[in-house]
Write a protein that binds this ligand. Sequence first.
Ligand code: FAD
Length: 451
Amino acid sequence: MGLTDTTFTTWAGDERCRPARIVRARTVDDVRDAVRAAARDGLTVKAVGSGHSFTPAAMTDGVLVDIAALDRVLDVDREAGLVRVEAGITIHALADALAGHGLAFENLGDIDRQTIAGATATGTHGTGGALRNISSQIVAVDLVDGHGDLVRLDATTDPDGLRAARVSVGALGIVVAVTLRCVPAYVLRGVDTTAPLDEVLDAVDERVAAHRHFELYAFPHARRALTRTNDVVDEPATPPGRVARFLRQGLLETYALRGLSAAGRAVPPAIPTLNRTVVRLAGTTVRTDRSDRIFASPRHVRFMEMEYALPRAATVPAVREILATIDRHGYAVNFPIEVRFVAGDDALLSPAHGRDTGYVAVHAYHGMEWRPYFRAVEAIADAHGGRPHWGKRHFQTAGSLAGRYPEWDRFQAVRSRLDPEGRFANAYTTQTLGPVRDTARVGIAGAAGSA
Ligand SMILES: Cc1cc2nc3c(=O)[nH]c(=O)nc-3n(C[C@H](O)[C@H](O)[C@H](O)COP(=O)(O)OP(=O)(O)OC[C@H]3O[C@@H](n4cnc5c(N)ncnc54)[C@H](O)[C@@H]3O)c2cc1C
């Protein structure tokens, strides 16, 4: 996995490219030079983050720009909670730096290895019915556009540009810095436990409302769910010692889950029994720690994932339909269905755009056939007006997606303005966003600049 001198491979390992050249940018001028040189040579350009997308979002046969060295915290305004950082910083490093200033992310997903630019480009999110996805914290974006120019997009200079760049799918330019609105640091108590699945699904709204963060994992064949709640406490963090951490994450996740997943791959008929075993092993755990350390945990078990953003009210019906489909078709599914909740936001291509959302994610263990199962899940999501996570597997095209985003044309207008020649296109953007369109034909007021 990762970037070598000649190739780039995703975390899941099944998407790989061999770019015409790889530029390891150390400065903003390096990024601008890379874009201008690509234009001279008639090549496309892609920035890459940590390669944690399952989709080929960061693949290119043109110029791949690695901005891992652009990882500094540039400015911190503790009082206002505003923090400006270079775009290649990882969420892990940034969360650490924020803690040093008494600040934190409002919410995070379940890993922290992504870069801030990569995570927000695909609409990465955590869970929390009143909280929006990570990109909603962005109040300004500095980006190198298709002309090789450095532009600043914020609510004053370019409100449409900002709403487009928060979730850009990498199609607008190379983000070199972002300004985030952060919150005062907080400690979370996280409780994982299990309960009968129907009991959890029947009372989802109450559970979402009762906790700052609530999510559930529905285990196919087991009729039980694992629930995870995280709530703010006014107590000091009590991080687990190394032995406890190893027992919890090392022993359970690395050995038990990997072993059970591998056993399921080898003997699919054993999966229902194995799933029931996993739920039994899970038990109840309680942790109290710094917020980012509660959100994120290491992932040692490789998998493939699809995730759909559904209107909140459609979430539980969709989960029940997926479980019924698994039973009906006899799919060998040894990963739980993960269900999370976020508030709606206004990023033009956010999967949670304009509506409170339930995210439903399905997984397949590395090396197991995932397509028939994922296609069946996608059909269910389609029927509920679902929008795919831009970084996770799906089979959609621009034709099937455009109607699901009320401000699709507005995004395309910003794209035409910032990248008129399609310099930042790749096969994935062509499939999911279509070619760059002529702004005049798109016909959006203010398309040439909202300043
Ligand atoms: C184990 C695992 C757990 C995950 N957990 C979650 C989760 O809890 N919640 C969730 O929502 N998602 C989750 N994801 C998905 C992941 O957060 C997204 O796919 C995210 O985009 C990956 O970030 P990255 O830095 O690896 O970016 P990459 O995958 O490298 O790139 C993603 C996109 O961003 C673009 N990009 C990267 N850098 C720039 C830049 N500087 N300027 C412009 N465009 C850029 C790329 O071209 C590409 O289009 C998970 C993925 C994995 C593998």
